[in-house]
Design a protein around this ligand. Structure first.
Ligand SMILES: [Zn+2]
Ligand SMILES: [Zn+2]
Length: 399
């Protein structure tokens, strides 16, 4: 029987062979070419880096000022690994997230679909490991601690019919009792809710190829099953953006039902393969947290202080989106007819002051001449509702 330690070691080697996360490729030493520990992974990656003369790339820095007395943390709450149908090991997801400047991730492998590492998968685990649905979290946790990345335990409840579709259970205490009632989605959500999980409706645009519910290609709707899930207290948030998909109506659903908005990657291949190094296209969920701890992340999510960021757009609810703008953009009155705007953050901001749209680039001052009587600034790519861009009153300016 493979010991747990041997298993983890083998897993790391398998991960290196499949995964090309930035750090896997670049090696993990920033200053020297000598590996810290002589494992096969280090030998492989470091010699490859030297041979290819690849410089070490520093982690992406995402600057977001504190907002309304909170820290703004960057997260991705939907990530897959080889423990379901992803293509890298949990440890690589940690390295990728650090390289991307994130503070927190949740590895949410499918409970129902594990074609690679599992008791029945292509690479068979022993009985004990094969039936342990906490394995992805436990495998990644030591690396997350080492890299000071916050790791939220989780799993994806993956029904092949729509409704109800897929739900992420976040902050699981133990995924195994949820997996034990796999034949009944109501029971799965109930067990997860009883554990105090935050339940997220994933990619609401997903439609089952052939199920009795929503037919393929149909417009999005909040079905009676989703209404039931919501009323039972089994839905706390919805993805407005997943991977490369955008569901504008989710803004309205979240406003109407007091739910948290998310933008997640749902990443399956390596991050490098999907987005490239430091490509800002990776969806991110921002959250306004009291501290940089897992407990604070949990509190922020349940308090619905989240903002989705993807495809050069942001989606958030009042008052958190306006508060984020207030913290990120300095507005100065130069003359009664002129304002100067400076974007202190890394966030994409496209504004209009009664005229053509223009982008506010990080730390570049932009002077704008205001027409008489014009009292508001429109942030065209920050949305507080489906067809509702954020508006900032310029009341303090003499008009
Ligand atoms: Zn899914
Ligand atoms: Zn998924």
């Amino acid at each position: 029987m493979t010991s747990r330690r041997d298993f983890l070691k083998q897993s790391a080697v398998a991960g290196a062979a499949v995964a090309l996360s930035p750090e896997s490729v670049m090696g993990r030493n920033t200053g020297k070419n000598i590996p810290a520990a002589a494992t096969p992974v280090d030998t492989y990656t470091v010699s490859m880096r030297s041979a290819m003369h690849i410089p070490v790339i520093q982690p992406r820095e995402i600057i977001i000022p504190d907002t309304a007395g909170f820290q703004v943390l960057k997260g991705d709450f939907h990530v897959h690994t080889l423990f379901s149908d992803g293509q890298v090991m949990p440890v690589d997801r940690v390295k990728e997230a650090v390289q991307n400047g994130l503070d927190v991730i949740s590895i949410t492998d499918h409970i129902e679909y594990r074609p690679y590492f599992s008791k029945i998968g292509r690479w068979k685990l022993n009985d004990e490991q094969g039936e342990d649905f906490n394995l992805w979290y436990n495998t990644a946790k030591p690396e997350a601690d080492k890299k000071q990345l916050l790791l939220v335990p989780g799993a994806e409840i993956t029904k092949s019919t729509m409704p109800p579709g897929h739900f992420n259970a976040l902050f699981t205490r133990d995924v195994n009792p949820i997996a034990a009632v796999v034949d009944d989605w109501r029971k799965m959500l109930q067990v997860a809710a009883d554990q105090g999980c935050f339940l997220l409706w994933n990619h609401p645009g997903w439609q089952a190829p052939k199920s009795g519910g929503i037919e393929q290609g149909a417009p999005l709707r909040f079905t009676k099953e989703h209404e039931e899930v919501y009323r039972q207290g089994w839905m706390h948030g919805i993805e407005i953006f997943n991977g490369y998909e955008y569901y504008p109506i989710v803004s309205e659903w979240c406003n109407e039902r007091d739910l948290a908005i998310f933008a997640n990657s749902d990443i399956h291949p390596s991050e490098l393969h999907q987005y490239g190094i430091h490509n800002p296209a990776r969806p991110i969920t921002l959250m306004l947290a009291k501290e940089r701890t897992v407990e604070s992340v949990r509190e922020a999510l349940f308090a619905k202080r989240t903002i989705g960021w993807a495809a050069h757009m942001l989606w958030g609810r009042d008052p958190w989106l306006p508060e984020l703008f207030k913290a990120s953009v300095e507005i100065k009155t130069i003359t009664p007819g002129t304002v100067e705007l400076t974007n202190k953050s890394s966030l994409p901001i496209t504004v209009s002051l009664g005229g053509t749209a223009f982008n506010l680039l990080h730390n570049e001052k932009q002077q704008v001449y205001r027409a008489e009587g014009l009292r508001k600034l429109t942030v065209l790519n920050w949305m507080v509702g489906m067809n509702k861009p954020l508006e900032i009153p310029l009341d303090n300016l003499p008009g």
